[in-house]
Design a protein around this ligand. Structure first.
Ligand SMILES: Nc1nc2c(ncn2[C@@H]2O[C@H](COP(=O)(O)OP(=O)(O)OP(=O)(O)O)[C@@H](O)[C@H]2O)c(=O)[nH]1
Length: 367
């Protein structure tokens, strides 16, 4: 029987460090042949470009971009054929790594992996959730603390994780780490391992090859039997509606119907928006940083990233903003972008107002 290819899902809220983790795993891959699926919530792929940069010309690492929508969700037509193509070249793939968008739940992928089209070829190895630990400690992910929409997505990502990676701990002391651990445990009692990461660096043995999920597809039959007690016309809502569907199994140790049902309640919240702003004029890195920080103060922007063209260097300049923390660095390998492009992600953030702030504070036109 052919061995299924292990799949690791890397999830985590916007800007928590998923791409940084993937890049460090690529660096430590040794002889492992990897296929990577990168899903971003934005119309241009910044993470895919960064991951490709890490992989270089090595054809042992193949990167597949999913720059639109949410990977494996209802309207994604790319996931199944991409995975089938990976299965077709299985002799050259040791492990599949999937980075979800910061606004996606891993459940859609988990469910698809168990579907008849993929179950024979793949097995879920583990789901890792990367956490921005200072943000967790700042109460931004408490309901009523920052944005409830962010708190909801964050909580659900943790709920389905096997491993939680506490990242961005560079400036935290032991008490803060203990508090972070308690908060994760309260939200996600099923998490199997908690790992500490500096700059999203993990020992590759703590990330790949964990084998936390046995294949769950076994032969089984479905039968629909009359329920012992049918609800009358005036019956109220039951705490557990699932008991009313009369659906029973035989011969199935563990099954995925819970996930399948769950997924449909969590298709994307339309309040989350991403848009791209562009400028043809050369930029000053300091002014762009200041302008993005102002935009975060005035608008519900949670993430900004992209490349800008500056008059200061011929190399590409990478912008990485997670709320008001904006880092701008020269990317030594990449030539300067022809124009500046920034992806902005927020909850009901106004494109017009963010463009106006950027234009005013950089003294250049952003559209
Ligand atoms: N200080 C600090 N910054 C970090 C650490 N890990 C990642 N970062 C920074 O956090 C920012 C976001 O990191 P990414 O790896 O792009 O985050 P992501 O989760 O892939 O982001 P999205 O795909 O947009 O959701 C970047 O500027 C990283 O350099 C860390 O351990 N400490």
């Amino acid at each position: 029987m052919k061995q299924p290819i292990p799949v690791t899902i890397v999830t985590g809220f916007l800007g928590s460090g998923k791409t940084t983790l993937l890049r460090s795993l690529i660096e430590k891959r040794q002889s492992r042949r990897l296929a990577l699926l990168i899903n971003e919530f934005g119309e241009i792929s910044i993470d895919g470009a960064l991951v490709r940069g890490e992989a270089g010309a090595d054809d042992q690492v193949r990167v597949h971009d999913f720059p639109y929508g949410l990977i494996a969700y209802g309207d994604d037509e790319l996931f199944l054929p991409t995975m089938q193509a990976i299965a077709a070249r299985r002799a050259n793939v040791d492990h599949v790594l999937i980075e979800t968008s910061g606004l996606a739940l891993p459940t859609a992928i988990m469910e698809m992996l168990q579907s008849p089209g993929l179950a024979e070829d793949f097995v879920l190895d583990a789901t890792l959730a990367v956490v921005d630990t200072p943000l967790l400690l700042s109460d931004q992910f408490e309901h009523g603390g920052g944005s409830d929409a962010a708190a909801t997505v964050f909580g659900q990502q943790l709920e389905f994780a096997d491993v939680v990676v506490l990242n961005k701990i560079d400036e935290l002391d032991d008490d803060a780490l203990l508090l972070a651990e308690t908060r994760v445990r309260e939200r996600a009692p099923n998490v199997r391992f908690l790992e500490l990461a500096h700059k999203a660096q993990l020992d590759i043995r703590l990330a790949l090859g964990l084998r936390l999920h046995q294949p769950t597809r076994t032969e089984h039959t479905h039968s629909y039997t009359p329920l012992a007690t049918m609800p009358g016309p005036n019956a109220g809502v039951l705490a557990e509606q699932g008991r009313l569907n009369g659906h029973a199994h035989s011969g199935l140790a563990a099954h995925s119907h819970g996930l399948a049902t769950h997924k449909h309640f969590h298709e994307q919240d339309p309040g989350w928006l991403s848009f791209v702003l562009r400028s043809d004029a050369p930029q000053s890195a300091d002014k762009v940083r200041h302008a993005l920080q102002e935009a975060v103060r005035l608008e519900p922007v949670l993430r900004s990233k992209g490349f800008i063209r500056t008059s200061e260097t011929d190399q590409a300049v990478l912008v990485q903003g997670v709320r008001s923390r904006v880092m701008i660095s020269v990317d030594a390998v990449r030539p300067a972008a022809r124009r500046s492009e920034l992806v902005i992600i927020g909850y009901h953030a106004s494109r017009t107002r963010v463009a106006a702030v950027l234009s005013e504070l950089t003294g250049t036109s952003w559209r």
